[in-house]
Design a protein around this ligand. Structure first.
Ligand code: SF4
Ligand code: SF4
Length: 114
C-alpha cells in the first residue's frame, strides 16, 4: 500500500530548476525512445504517481515554481494551472509504473517522433 493510499503525501519540493528537454539529447540516450506524457484534463491531482515511482523522479509541484519561462504561452499556462509536473529525465527508466498506477489514465507512455 502506498503513502497516498493512507492519506499521506510526499514532500513538495520548491527548489527545482525547470528546463526544456533537448530533443536531440533525448534521442541520443540509450534508454528506449519513449517518454511519459500527461493528459492534464484527466489528472485528479492525487499524487499517486509521485508516491509509486521507484526512483522518486516524478513530482507534482506548485505552479509558482515557474518563475520565468522563455515563452509567454508557458507563463500563461503556469499562471492558470493547478500544478506543474516534472520528470527528471536523467533518472526516469520509462518503467511506466506511474502510468499503471494512475487511477484516471492521465499518464501514458509514448514514443518520441524522430
Ligand atoms: S516511468 Fe517509472 S521511473 Fe519514470 S517517472 Fe514513471 S514510475 Fe518513475
Ligand atoms: S497518478 Fe494520475 S491522476 Fe494522480 S496526480 Fe499522477 S497523473 Fe494525476
Amino acid at each position: 500500500m502506498g503513502l497516498t493510499d493512507k492519506g499521506l503525501h510526499p514532500t513538495i519540493f520548491d527548489d527545482y530548476r525547470i528546463e526544456t528537454v533537448d530533443a536531440g539529447w533525448l534521442q541520443e540516450r540509450v534508454k528506449p525512445k519513449r517518454h511519459i506524457g500527461l493528459t492534464a484534463e484527466l489528472c485528479i491531482l492525487c499524487r499517486a504517481c509521485e508516491d509509486v515511482c521507484p526512483w522518486e523522479c516524478i513530482w507534482m509541484l506548485a505552479p509558482n515554481i515557474v518563475a520565468d519561462a522563455e515563452s509567454d504561452e508557458v507563463m500563461t499556462l503556469a499562471n492558470t494551472a493547478s500544478a506543474v509536473f516534472v520528470i527528471d529525465d536523467n533518472e526516469c527508466t520509462r518503467c511506466a509504473i506511474c502510468v499503471e498506477r494512475c487511477p484516471s489514465d492521465a499518464l501514458w507512455l509514448g514514443r518520441t517522433s524522430a
